[in-house]
Design a protein around this ligand. Sequence first.
Ligand code: C5P
Length: 217
Amino acid sequence: MKLANKIKVAIDSPAAAGAGTQAKLISKYFNLFYLDTGKIYRLIANLKLTQPKKYGYTLIKDKIKKLSLKDLQNKKLLSDEVGTMASAIAKDKKIRKLVHAFQIKSAYYPPKKYNGSCLDGRDITYKIIPDADFKFFITANVKTRALRRYKELKGLNNKISLSDVQKSIKKRDKTDYNRKVSPLMKTKDSILINTTNLTKRSCFLKIKQIMNRKLKA
Ligand code: C5P
């Protein structure tokens, strides 16, 4: 589909609610440049976990300056341990400032071949793209999210139990919703999508319909 104007889609969601899956589907369908912003925090977390002595603020800053999309594809970034560390470092205002420019560039200046951009994270709808054409808050109940993440992690050969996954999701929710800097929240102008009882496909069709209604109006 070719669109006359570039469109910006902003998605916020708690961990494992299906936002990434939906963001990818929307991006493919509408030909949008997709950025999973959590991956940037995960990348920093992984540096901190693997080389804690080496990676202080200055080196992280250098690394983020040279950040490429390829850096974000590392499978190691998907682990639960990295996710928990990401949530801890994401509370830091200085760290958030470092990744801000990369996100703004992706949202407002996507490569020319795209019809626009789609970013998902925790503060996208109100901090990174406050003027987004579409804002979604994608969520699901904790049990469902834990089960989905558990299946995903199992697939990566992770030795992890469902109750461990549920615990760490709850912990991450607590940190992400309650932190002072850029907390996760649903803005008034975001459309709530609860994926608890929706399949990937039905969720995608719902979002697609919402977007097409406005785009074709
Ligand atoms: O989305 P994902 O689970 O990969 O994010 C990992 C962590 O990174 C989150 O728990 C959150 O604390 C942090 N994050 C954030 N702001 C974003 C994206 C992720 O604070 N825009």
